[in-house]
Write a protein that binds this ligand. Structure first.
Ligand SMILES: [Zn+2]
Length: 242
């Protein structure tokens, strides 16, 4: 059964049992809770469609960038067909029907910045893990917990609501990277072995530059935020945790 595609139910709709199961999993309302609880672990990109599956962010790239999707000559193709390997590693290669306008090129750069957060692994196959369990293994108990959390409104809803917000893709992507702690702070760069001049915050030079510090704790950044809030006419509190 192909779980993450659209063909897996077509031949099975004759079965009432299967139809009920599919309805329970949320199919028919776009991506249901069951699919959202599945996480694609990309290796060689051999199983997942680049535009049409949710694999690098919690949304389909064709829904985030419908304009770029319409320009792509590789619609329906898998991740591993969007680039090539050489001696230095994997290189993304996005092919378009025509040259891009300036604003489309900006989107392409944003898309490439998203892709830079994912690393392909040569020679091994993509696989699925289950979000509801620390080891990634499905169990009825964990599925039940996800449904209960969903009904009560859990932190996971932040991620779902996030992509529905009416904001520019660039803003959504930056906010998403903050939520996942994928901002290139000194702390994150050092943890990846990148040499930085200093682990300290470039704004205040007092604390380690982490995502939490930059966006919640830094006094210098806080003053900038307050100026922004004053400019758009809303109040704010510094109390918070990411
Ligand atoms: Zn600081």
């Amino acid at each position: 059964m192909e779980i993450n595609g659209t063909n897996h139910t077509r031949s099975c709709y004759q079965s009432w049992w299967w139809r009920d199961l599919v309805n329970f999993c949320g199919e028919g309302e776009g991506v249901g809770w069951f699919q959202q609880a599945l996480v694609w672990n990309i290796r060689s990109g051999n199983s997942v469609r680049f535009w049409e599956d949710s694999w690098i962010v919690d949304n389909k790239l064709k829904d985030i960038y419908p304009r770029l999707f319409s320009l792509s000559v590789n619609q329906g193709m898998i991740v591993g067909q969007f680039g090539f390997w050489d001696d230095y590693g994997w290189h993304w290669n996005l092919n378009w029907r025509r040259g891009r306008f300036q604003w489309e090129s900006v989107m392409e750069e944003e898309l490439l910045s998203i892709l830079s957060t994912g690393v392909l692994h040569r020679g091994s196959k993509d696989f699925i893990t289950w979000r509801g369990d620390a080891k990634g293994v499905f169990s009825v108990k964990s599925a039940y917990s996800i449904l209960v959390d969903q009904r009560n409104g859990s932190d996971n809803d932040v991620f779902k609501l996030h992509w529905k917000a009416k904001a520019l893709p660039k803003v959504l992507i930056t906010a998403w990277r903050i939520l996942l702690d994928k901002i290139p702070t000194s702390k994150n760069l050092i943890s990846r072995g990148v040499d930085t001049n200093s682990p300290l915050c470039a704004l205040c030079n007092l604390s380690e530059e982490s995502t939490q510090h930059l966006f919640m704790d830094c006094d210098v950044a806080y003053r900038v935020w307050m100026l922004c809030f004053r400019w758009i006419g809303i109040g704010s509190s510094k109390q918070g945790h990411m």
